[in-house]
Ligand binder design. Sequence first.
Ligand SMILES: NC(=O)c1ccc[n+]([C@@H]2O[C@H](COP(=O)([O-])OP(=O)(O)OC[C@H]3O[C@@H](n4cnc5c(N)ncnc54)[C@H](OP(=O)(O)O)[C@@H]3O)[C@@H](O)[C@H]2O)c1
Length: 278
Amino acid sequence: MRRLFPVTDETAARALDGARGAGGASAPGAAGALEDREWTLAELAAAYAYPERGPAGREPWLRANMVATLDGAAQHEGRSQPISSAADMRIFGTLRALADVVVVGAETVRQEGYRPARARAEFAALREAAGQGPAPAIAVVTASLELDFSLPLFASPLVPTLILTGAAAAPDRTAAAEKAGARVVIAGDGIGIDPARAVQALAELGHTRLLTEGGPRLLGQLVASGVLDELCLTVSPMLTAGNAQRITGGPTITVPQRFTLASLLEEEGFLFSRYRRE
Ligand SMILES: NC(=O)c1ccc[n+]([C@@H]2O[C@H](COP(=O)([O-])OP(=O)(O)OC[C@H]3O[C@@H](n4cnc5c(N)ncnc54)[C@H](OP(=O)(O)O)[C@@H]3O)[C@@H](O)[C@H]2O)c1
């Protein structure tokens, strides 16, 4: 077994010595990466940059960002905040700042009280250089459209919120969504969406840097339909027992999908992992 990404004090110190011995102290990638200090938002953004896919990066890349406890709970008392941390929220904000669109299940919107994504001054230049608007759009996946369209998420976002639903969605609800200012995108023939169609529909709207924040029922479908390219998983150093959801739900897939560790950061016992599909 190999320790691929040294994160303990002991191994980090040893690796730093090694890097210095090899003349690596002046190389920011060698010593800088192991130093225990708060990373700037620019450094985090560089570390989590989306890969360029297809001609001029026009192929969509779907990344998920989730947090789970040591015993696999994806929420505590219905929210993810109690199992998160300040560093987790910095990465959460950075991943949003890199994305064209944030895809989220309607239950997470309802339970977590989603608001529109903010335009953050720290990321303004980065977004402009990437040809992005000031903030990512939020795309809510829903079959029922049982959402309060008077909320700021729908009524006053910086960029119109998208509703991803099926062709059989109730016309009065889609009309209410559109009246509030949301844009309804049909991505399925029935009442729900087909995940692959949703990814394609977003790409056709020019959204290729996709981020999903779950929840578990939506993420399970994205995994099962083979459209998830990357998982940014925060392992929270907590145990909650009980019967909380895992980060994915739904039926088990036939063959487990293999992902490869791309990077691993640590702060205060929280592990920030990034896995990519093999
Ligand atoms: N740990 C984490 O990182 C994390 C992240 C996110 C959420 N959470 C937690 O997860 C919980 C909520 O997650 P959840 O799994 O119950 O719900 P969810 O995945 O957020 O949302 C489920 C809802 O999404 C809609 N939906 C799902 N698949 C659909 C499809 N194929 N077509 C159309 N609509 C579809 C449906 O909305 P309608 O009912 O409107 O039809 C469904 O009820 C909360 O407790 C939240 O705190 C944790």
